[in-house]
Write a protein that binds this ligand. Sequence first.
Ligand SMILES: Nc1ncnc2c1ncn2[C@@H]1O[C@H](COP(=O)(O)OP(=O)(O)OP(=O)(O)O)[C@@H](O)[C@H]1O
Length: 916
Amino acid sequence: MSAVHRALKTHFGFDKFRSQQQEDAVKAVLKGDRDVFVLMPTGAGKSLCYQLPALLASGITLVISPLIALIQDQVEHLKALNVPARSINSKLPSAERRQILADLESESPRLKLLYITPEMVASPSFQPCLSSLCARGLLAYLAVDEAHCVSQWGHDFRPDYLKLGDLRSRLQGVPCVALTATAPKRVQEDIERSLKLRSPLVFTTPVFRKNLKYDVIFRDLLPDPYVHLLAFAKEALGGNTAEKGCGIVYCRTRESCEEVAHKLTKLGIPAKPYHAGLKVGDRTESQTDWMADKVPVIVATISFGMGVDKANVRFVVHWNLAKSLASYYQESGRAGRDGLPSCCRIYYSPKDRDQLNFLIRKEISRKQEKRGSEKEQDKAPLMDFEAMVAFCEQEGCRHATISQFFGNPKPNCAGACDFCCDPRLVRAQLARAAALSTRTGPAQSAEPRGPFGFNPELYAGGRKGYGFERYDEEWGSEEDDSEKRKKEFGDLFRKQMSLRRMSDVAKETFVPPDADCMLRDASSQRIPRLTVKSREHCLSLLQECLTNHRGAAELSHSSDTLDQAVEIEHEIFRASKSANLYKASVLKRVSEMKKSAAASVAEEKQSESNEETATCSSSCQPLDGFTLASQVYSLKRKRVGAGFRGSSSLFQTAGDLLKNSQKETLATNKTPGDPICEEEEQVETGKTQKMKSDSSPIKAKTSTTSPLSSPSKKLTKKQQKLAEAAKDMRRISQYFGKKQVDTPQTKAGSVISEPEEEGSQNHTPLPNHTDLITKNSTSTDEESVTAVLLQKSPSAEETASRDGTPINTEITADRAVHGENHESDAQRKSPKQSHENGSPSPPVKRSRVMKDTKRVTFDPVVQETQFDTVNGDAAEISRKPVTLKEAADIVVRCLDPFYKKGKFATKICASLSFRR
Ligand SMILES: Nc1ncnc2c1ncn2[C@@H]1O[C@H](COP(=O)(O)OP(=O)(O)OP(=O)(O)O)[C@@H](O)[C@H]1O
C-alpha cells in the first residue's frame, strides 16, 4: 500500500479513491510542481484533492471558501476526523482567534488546514500573519474552493474573489489548487486568468451522472400540482417500502416554502420549511430533523444545501425555476450522492419563468445603475437563465443539454431523462403548454414581450417576497406598496426597453425641491437617482412612524415629529451612498423605531403594573377577583426607545388617540336628536365627582385644544391625514354606539356573567399571555381612562391555531349605565347565555359594575380578569355580539388611511378591546 493510500485510510477512513480522477488529482497536488484545476461534479470528493495533500505536506494549506457556514461545516467535519483544521473568521471568539494566531506564529505550527473567506484573507488584520507565513515558507498550498465565484461569467460571482489574484501574486512559488463543480468553458478560462494559474493540470470528470433522472413537468397543465408533487415524492421515496430516503423541494420565496411544506404535510408526507425568514432555532430544527431522517422532505430556498452532504437524497424538486443552468445542475446534484437512482424534477411554469426573468433584469439594471456603466459580463446571468429555460422547453435529452453546457461530450443517457424515456410524452406536453399559452396569451399580450415572452403586466404591483432571497430580506419588513412597486416597475421597464434598443439609458433629470420642501439639503444631487420626491416620501414614513406612536391627539406637537423626522432623514441621507442604501436605511430605521416602541410599551406595562398596584391599593377599593385597570396600565406617555436618536419625546397610546377623536366628536357632532350624543350626554350627567377627581394631568393635557380644530393654523398634509384618521376613529365609535342603541338588550343594571371567569379569579396575568387594552370614555376629558387586562388561555388559542380552525371570536359591546357598585356580590352573566336562555344565569362568583363602558371581546378564551370601575354605582348590560368579521371590516375600512391594510385589523382583533 502506498503512502498516499495509507494516509487516505488513516486520516479519512477510505479504502480507495472515489475515482481515478480523484486519485490523479491528489497525486498531482502532492507533486507540487504545477497548479491544479479540479473540475468535478458535486459530491465527487473534490475536497479530498487538497485535504489529503495538505496532511502529507509540511506547512499549512490556506483554503479560501466563500461562506462561513460552509467553512464551519468543513472544519467540523475535519475536526471530527482529528485533522488539525481551523478557521479564522469574524464569528470566531477572540480567545480562539488568539490561540490560532499564536499557533501560526509559532516555529512549527500544528495546524495543517486554515480555512478563510476571501474578505478575511484580504483584510489588513490578517496581513502580518500571512506575510509571516510566506516569509518563513510555511505555506504548503493555496486551495480555492468554489473557484467559479471568481468569474464574472459565473452564476455566483463574488467580487472579493477577484482579490485572490493579488494574493496569488504574493504567494509566488506556492502551488494553487482551484476547485469547482460548475464551470462552463468560459468560466474555466476566467478562473485560470484571475487566479493566475500557470498552465494548470486540469482534472475533470464528466458532469453526467447516470443515477440521476431528470424530467420537467409543466405545472400549469396540472389539475392539482400539490397532489402531483405528493405522488412523485411518495414514489421517489420508495412508496411504502421501508427504505429510508429523503427529498428537497426548492422554492424561490419564503411564502412558497411555507405553502408547499404545509400542503405536503397535509396530504400525508411530513415536510418542513427552511428559509431565512424563520427563527434560527426553527431553521436549525428543520435542517436537523431532515438530516436525521425525522422529516423526509425539506422545502427550502436556495440558501439551503451549500455544504449539506446527505447521501440518501432521493429527489430534488424545483418548484420554481433555478436562475441558471449551472445553479440548477449544482442544486439538483444534491440528489443521489450515494450513487443510487434518484430523481431531479422541475415543475416548470412560464409565469414563473417571466417573473424570474424580470428579477434577473432588475438585478442587472441595479448593478449597472450602481456602476454607472454597462459591461459585457452583465449579459451572463441572462444567458445562463436562457440556458435554463431552453433546458425546460426543449425537445431533447436533458443530460445532453447539461453536458454541452459544461463543455462535455454528449453522454449516453440511457433513459435517464424524460425525453430519452419517452419523447412523445415530452412533445405532447409542450404542445399542450403551447395551446394553453395561445389561449391565455392574448389576455396578457397588451405590453411588448421580451425574448422569453416576458410580460411586464404580470408584475405591476408585484407582491413582495418574489425573487431571490435578498429581495425578500430587503423589503420583507415593509408593507406592500403597490403604487411604489408599479412605479419602480415602470422605471425599470422603460430602461429595459431602451437597453434593448441599444440606446443609452435616459438620464433622469433632477426635479428641484418645492419652496416649502422640509428636507435638509433638499437640492443636493449627491446620491444618484435619489429624487426629492423619494426623500419626501421617506420623510413622511419616518414622521408617520413617530406620530403614530405619539398619537394623533398630539397634533400640537406634530412640528416636533416633523423636525425629528427631518433630522433622522438627513442623517440617513448623509450616510448613504446610493439610493437603494438610502431607502434600505430608512426602512431599517422605521422598523427599529417600531420595535423599540413596542419594547418600551411592553416594559412600561410591566413596570407600571407593579407601580400602580402598589399605589392604587390605598386609593382604590379592591374588586373581588379583579384588579383595577389603572392598576395594570397607565396612560403615562411612553418614552421613545432606542430607535429614536437623541429623542426623549413622549408617545401617545391608541387610547389617547381615540379619546381625542371622541372629544372632537362631541365638540363638533353633538346635535340634538342624535342618539349617540344623547346617550353620551346621558352618561355624562351620570358622572360622579370621583371621575372628575380622577382626571390626571395627562388627561388634562390630552384635552387641550387640538390643532385640528384650530383654523388659524395651516394644516400640513400629514395633519390632514391624521385628522381624517381621527374622524374615522370617531366613525368606529359611532358604529359601536349605534350597535348599543340598536340592541334590545340594553338595560340599565344588567349583569354580565362569564362562566370562564370563575377560573380567572386565580389567574395571575402573565406578560406573555396578556394584552393590555386602553380605552377611552366617549365624552369629556373628565372621564376616566380605563384599561382592560385580558388573559388568554394559551393552550386553547394555540390548539385552535394549530388545528387551523379559527378561534371562535365574538365582540360583545357592553355598556353599563347608572348601576350600583356590587363588587362583592353582584353576578355576572354571559351575554350569549343571557341571550339564548332569556333567563337569568346561574349564580356566579362576582359581578362588576361599570359606567359607560363598552367591552369588545374577540376571543372567548380570553378571560377578563381585571376591570376598573368608573363609578361605584354601575351595572353591566349584556350586548348583542358583533361578529369579528363585521368589526374587522369597519376597522379596515375606517382606519385604512392611518394603518396599512390588514395589519391593523389583525393586531386589533388579536389584542384590542375597546371599552367605553
Ligand atoms: N475516496 C472516497 N471514498 C469514499 N467517499 C469519499 C471519498 N472521497 C470523498 N468521499 C466522500 O464524498 C462526499 C462528498 O465529498 P466532497 O464534499 O468533498 O464533495 P465535493 O465534490 O466537494 O462536493 P461539493 O461540490 O458539493 O462541495 C463526502 O462525504 C466525502 O467524505
